[in-house]
Design a protein around this ligand. Sequence first.
Ligand SMILES: C[S@@+](CC[C@H](N)C(=O)[O-])C[C@H]1O[C@@H](n2cnc3c(N)ncnc32)[C@H](O)[C@@H]1O
Length: 656
Amino acid sequence: MATPQNSNTIYLTEQEAERIRSTVKERIRKCSEQNGNAKEPRDKTAAHQQATGAALMADMGGAPDPDMTQTQGKGANTIPAIEVGQPYPPCTASLSELESMEMADLRMETHHRGRKLVVKRESPVVTLVARSWTVVQGENGSDTERLEICLYKSRHGEDILESAKLFIIKEPYFTLTDQGEPTLRIDHPSDLVICHEEANKYDDAAAAEKAATRYKTQGNMALKQQDLPLAHEKYTAGLAIARQAIVSDSNPDLARDIARNRAYVNLLLGQLDEVKTDARASLVGRDDQKSKDLDSKAYYRAGSAAYQQGRYQEAKRSFQDQQKLTPEDKDAKIQLKRIEARLREEDTGSYDFTKIRTGLSRARPYVDAADFIKNTEIKSSSGKGRGLFATRDIAAGELIMCEKGFCVVWGHEEEALTAMTYDVRDERIRFSPVGLSKALVQKLLSNPSQIEPVMHLYGDYTGDNKNIFINDDGAIVDVFRIHDIMSRNGYGPGSQFGEEESAQNASTGLWIHAAYINHSCVPNARKECIGDIMLLHATRPIKTGDEIFHAYDETLDYDARQKALLTTWGFECKCGLCAAEKADGKPVRDSRMELADEADAFVDKTPWAGAKRLGIRKAQRLAKAIDETYDQERWKDLPRKHGEGIRAWLLKASPR
Ligand SMILES: C[S@@+](CC[C@H](N)C(=O)[O-])C[C@H]1O[C@@H](n2cnc3c(N)ncnc32)[C@H](O)[C@@H]1O
């Protein structure tokens, strides 16, 4: 957590931190006390009134949000404080494998494994910063309960609870809110199945075709009005009918048309896997010009999705197929040219950085560039898990790798959200880029094929190790795992567009390949971001097979650096520099730091140009005193950073 000493940071008062800790501990205590107790019946009318009142207040912006907490310091504000509860895995079974349960069978502080609960939303939704809640009834209407969805409460800009009336909760978790109120709680969005339109089984072909066509028309209208989630929902309902044999036997083109339209909506929603399956399913394959034009569109959509996923060879094949069908089409030609540029970047690592820089702005922070990673490979690194290694000799100053961010949230974007997270596992309160975690979870839910590479990244909590990321009901994302992965692998690209960044509005992102780079205080590489591409340059010559390191933390003070590495990344650094500083002992380290601070203060206030002899002598004394704190044998070949500033000053002030 940031400290009050730094004027650019914000912090919690000890009282506020204590309030968060005790609220969470009290909730945990009550939960364990009531563990296994049967659910108490709720007064339906009172629950409904409570939700309606709170929703009204929230809409007017006046609802008390129990998650918000007051921070101190520069740019102080209220920000959410969120408990990282005891992690539990999401349900990996599909709905058909789960057994139904009644609301009355809910037990307190219990994950009802192997069960599913159908609920109907009965009240408006109360939308708070970090959670949404509502009141639901069981299927038979006899019982009422509170249902809340934490953090990952929206998808494609829609509040999930608002988006429908009927839901199925997979393996329901019944617990208490921080205020001690019983609630059904959804942490993993994949545990909540939204029931939109029922795909009825039709006996009459004409009625079925009519219903599917109606959904298609409704989808087209929603698309026209830019309501993409609704368009997707309508096309999905239409497809479910049009794919039934009763329709598809006589009119297979209807399902193809709807799939082609849904491919387009998916492209706009960033649901790239489904763009490709829809585009493939829509192919007509006939030789008449109209069919060729339709298939050309489908290939274009599939190619665009593959391009956005960075799968350039796959994109190339789609655009080539498009070109074969409609040779006059200019789009395919343009796309194929772009792809050639990306494939060249992938192969050679030569980028036009000047052009890239000039094309960047706050409104366009993303770079159209390919990854260049072929000089590196991921291997196991002794005592450090896995690491990144060079596959060829790399000269100092050379580009080692370049990678496009998998997910980046810029400080100036609406999605940026920083929260204080209180982790019950180590009792620490940290600033956490929850906006990035939310964006990442959304991206993965929309692109199940990309879940696995993210879940392979290092995190302390590894879930249930089943590694099931998709089933019949869709993508499965363990949000606790994402939280842990982001804590250890997230990276701040820094302010790119001139704004001052603080802990509260920091830009953050995830670069999957670069996330394998381990830390060393004597690194051989340096990271830099241009927009969302991360460049890694060698700062020293690197030999084939060498591990590549960069410094996660460059604090000069050994003790502060070790503390930061332990708190944020969970390890003790044992690099050559740290080993020497540890062996020096605390008194030597402290006096060296005092001298370094004195030297820095001297450099800050004494211009080297025209420096007097007295000043030069003082600088020489300081440089010598710092040098004497280094044990010559132990510090052989190690960088002596404490005296770098004063030595540079001396070089300029008295070059001989
Ligand atoms: C960004 S990941 C680096 C890749 C990671 N080693 C892996 O296996 O995926 C950061 C984590 O790597 C480990 N790590 C990085 N540098 C280390 C070092 N110098 N010594 C020990 N562990 C290190 C820590 O567990 C840290 O939280």
